[in-house]
Design a protein around this ligand. Structure first.
Ligand code: ADP
Ligand code: MG
Length: 275
């Protein structure tokens, strides 16, 4: 065998690894998660298979306890499956160590939680800069990107506010900016509107729809509210740790349009705080 053919074979086999999930951002195959509590074992995921392509906007639905957060935590590289395979952009990440997962998480995943999870004594801007500090970006670049991320979520001028000086909706927008600042491969959000009233929830969905449409950002969001899921393009319904239904959203709603139809509220700083 010549050197040339050897090299071609090598490239070919590398391509095959990549092609295991051609073009997919996420592919999981027969995923199981068992929480071992000593006395009892909880079988939270029971064979989940799913593929998500670039530019998708998927709502994960299902009753409480059906395995949604367990699934999201594995997809977000916060936890590992007990069995089954997970390819993130073609790379098998199901058997990586915790440290390797942390590296991948920092580079590829943007996470938004129900409870915002901002640092309290840290300004909006510094909260958004944090993932870039871990990524050892130079200070100028960090500042520029954090400001831009805050602008995208409509918080220009609030850079120096502390979380306690922002409403719940604004805090969640800071959390979204923080999730975006590293240009993640996928944005994961677990009940991001769970602590917000309906207008503020729709405002969050407007940001997600804009990011998905204009920047092609791949988004997977957990919600138990059908009114929120209708802003996504595809719904996956979990029950008892399995996917029960997976279908495109018929007549997807437009959050910007819904907001335009709501009665106008005068933005007042003191009224917003704590809302
Ligand atoms: P959902 O997000 O759909 O409400 P979860 O993924 O949080 O569901 O939970 C699925 C099942 O796994 C539930 O029975 C829950 O009690 C259990 N569970 C979730 N997290 C843990 C954990 N860290 N340890 C033990 N059991 C857990
Ligand atoms: Mg949950």
């Amino acid at each position: 065998m010549t050197f040339m053919t050897q090299e071609l074979l090598q490239i070919h086999s590398e391509l095959q690894v990549q092609h295991d999930a051609p073009g997919a951002v996420i592919r999981v195959e027969n995923l199981h998660k068992i929480y071992d509590l000593g006395e009892v074992q909880i079988h939270a995921l029971r064979g989940v298979s799913l593929t998500i392509h670039p530019g998708e906007f998927v709502a994960i639905m299902g009753a409480s306890g059906s395995g949604k957060s367990t699934f999201m935590n594995i997809i977000g590289c916060l936890d590992r499956p007990t069995r089954g395979a997970y390819w993130l952009e073609g790379q098998d990440v199901s058997k990586l160590s915790k440290i390797e997962l942390a590296h991948i998480r920092n580079r590829k995943i943007g996470f938004v939680f129900q409870s915002f999870n901002l640092l309290a004594r840290t300004s909006a801007l510094e909260n958004v800069e944090l993932p870039l500090i871990y990524a050892t970006q130079p200070h100028e670049e960090r500042l520029k990107r954090a400001q831009e991320a805050l602008r995208i979520v409509g918080l220009e001028g609030r850079e120096d506010h502390y979380p306690s000086q922002l409403s719940g909706g604004q805090q969640q927008r800071v959390a979204i900016a923080r999730a975006l600042v590293n240009n993640p491969t996928i944005l994961l959000a677990d009940e991001p509107t769970g602590n917000l009233d309906s207008r503020k929830s729709i405002e969050i969905m407007e940001i997600f729809q804009r990011l998905n449409r204009e920047k092609g950002l791949t988004i997977m969001l957990v919600t138990h509210e059908p009114d929120i899921a209708r802003f996504a393009r595809r719904t996956v319904v979990f029950s008892d740790g399995k996917v029960r239904r997976d279908a495109p959203v018929e007549g997807m709603a437009d959050a910007a349009q819904v907001l335009a139809g709501l009665p106008l509220v005068v933005e007042n700083q003191s009224e917003e705080v704590g809302a």
